[in-house]
Design a protein around this ligand. Structure first.
Ligand code: FAD
Ligand code: ZN
Length: 464
């Protein structure tokens, strides 16, 4: 190991490695502070050639590598195992926006670029990069692509997967897949980049990407709506889609107990209503030059009594405050403690059925447990979290938690859904992948892993 560490230090050079345990500590636990790992060294390569050399050295020494981006992932995929022998590789020094091509609506970036910097660089040339999520100030595009991140604009622009034109990847033998093309049409053989998107660092290390940009949506209108029933959110979305067509940029569902947490834990966060309602939707639309567009569409939906109350942002500051409520949810939940998190998806038309059946199921299993639900209605994706009463022993709570999670995932599977909609599998959900992706599907995943990473060098113990 000492020889390898010396080799790695020489490859990345002074100032680009760390071995001091105190400095490493924040990178050895996940964002929620639930999983802890160990590493002998953190390396921060500055180029794809250095990444490639690091990989070659580690393969030769039989030592595994854990790629890490902003470490905001919610399944502990970027945290090394407990052996203390896995090398941690951070992409933070590869953070250059190499080229923005406004006429081709594309942008070439290094994998360590922070998502918010990419959004800003697009805006600077009147273009729009739509990936947006609560962690955008610290997550990196490499991590976003490695987890195929979703976020709040999927309804209009798709997940991270659909925002990529080309990818550069260092493979498990150190070879480089040079795929930084910026084409919209390319049917030459297999679309290899898609293999690495969503593979959570287990098949290759993403070093750069060509991203797809969009026209700036221009003026947007934002409103917080109050509803009596989650099913009304699905019905409302269907109605608004008919009238607003593709102008809906975001349509986020939030249950009252979630906003209670936000108001309790986030300084200055206040809902713009005097009354409390059971459900809320945060909607954002492109106005297309018609400032009344959203208000008119909402008025006609209100006629059908789908909306109990509405607060339409009058200016950018009010819109920002509404979004702050939404983007603070993960932070508020973190303050609240260690509830059970489930990031599930079901077909959109079955969301309300899922919510009704899930609530009844939880009432049977543990009536004292509290549901904390929010999500992306247009994607059929719910963050279906459960707060357990802190009255039993930790062992009893863990046992109850496992039973509740198993019941939720079984219900999701029965309804044609997925136990992992946008956060990935990481360390936390591996056993569920084995359970719910059985047969030829999991076998093919195993064969792919073996073919692309025969020595199990890249992020072992994650996903599969
Ligand atoms: P990390 O956490 O560092 O890594 C995630 C995984 O990718 C790990 O397996 C790691 O090994 C791998 N990886 C990282 N970089 C590379 C690379 N260059 N090459 C290969 N593998 C790599 N997620 C959503 O999808 N939607 C949301 O709305 C959302 N909201 C969030 C809000 C908050 C407040 C927080 C904390 C998280 C949220 N997340 C959300 C989860 C998380 O932010 C995303 O998964 C994000 O995309 C992870 O990026 P990262 O750079 O932090 O990756
Ligand atoms: Zn989400």
């Amino acid at each position: 190991m000492t020889t390898l560490l010396d080799q790695l230090k020489t490859i990345v050079g002074a100032g680009a490695w760390k071995t001091d345990p105190a400095e490493l500590q924040p990178r050895l636990t996940d964002w929620r502070g639930l999983v802890f790992g160990k590493t002998p060294i953190l390396v921060m390569p500055k180029s794809r050639d250095e990444v490639s050399e690091v990989v070659r050295a580690c393969v030769a020494a039989g030592v595994a590598i854990v790629p890490q981006g902003g470490n905001t992932g919610l399944c502990a995929g970027a945290v090394p195992g407990e052996s203390g022998e896995q090398v941690l590789l951070s992409m933070e020094k590869m953070n250059r926006i190499r080229h923005v091509d406004a006429s081709n609506f594309s942008m070439e970036v290094e994998a360590g670029c922070v998502l918010a910097d990419i959004q800003r660089a697009a805006r600077a040339v009147d273009r729009y990069f739509p990936l947006s999520l609560g962690a955008e100030g610290s997550c990196q595009i490499g991590g976003n692509l490695a987890t195929n991140a979703g976020g709040v604009n999927v309804i209009r622009y798709g997940t991270a997967r659909s925002l990529v034109l080309g990818l550069e990847v260092v493979l498990a033998d150190g070879a480089v897949l040079e795929g930084l093309r910026s084409l919209r049409k390319d049917t030459a053989g297999y679309d290899l980049k898609q293999l690495f998107i969503g593979s959570e660092g287990t098949l290759g290390i993403i070093t750069a990407a060509t991203l797809r940009l969009f026209p700036d949506p221009g003026e947007t209108a934002t409103a917080l709506l109050a509803l009596s029933d989650s099913g009304d959110a699905v019905r409302l979305l269907a109605r608004l889609r008919a009238s607003l067509v593709d102008r809906i940029e975001a349509f986020e569902l939030v249950s009252r107990p979630i906003f209670d947490l936000v108001e309790a834990h986030i300084p200055g966060a206040r809902l713009p209503f005097d009354e409390a309602y059971p459900w809320y939707v945060l909607i954002e639309t492109a106005t297309g030059g018609d400032p009344e567009l959203l208000e008119n569409a909402l008025s006609s939906a209100a006629d059908k009594s789908l909306i109990l109350d509405a607060a339409i942002a009058k200016n950018a500051k009010e819109a920002h405050n509404l979004w702050r409520l939404r983007h603070s949810i993960a932070e508020a939940e973190r303050h609240d403690g260690t509830g059970l998190k489930h990031d599930i998806s079901v077909p959109i038309g079955r969301m309300q059925e899922f919510l009704v059946r899930g609530e009844a199921q939880l009432a049977r299993l543990m009536p004292e447990a509290r549901l904390l639900v929010f999500g992306h209605v247009g994607d059929g994706n719910l963050h279906y979290n459960v707060a357990l009463p802190q009255t039993s022993t930790p062992e009893a709570l863990q046992e109850a938690g496992s039973r509740i999670t198993a019941a939720i995932y079984d219900l999701v599977a029965e309804m044609g859904g997925s136990f992992s909609a946008e956060h990935g599998v990481g360390q936390s959900k591996r056993s569920y992948l084995e359970k719910y992706r059985a047969g030829a599907e999991i076998n093919l995943m195993r064969r792919l892993k073996k073919a692309l990473d025969p020595k199990n060098t890249l992020n072992p113990g994650k996903v599969i």
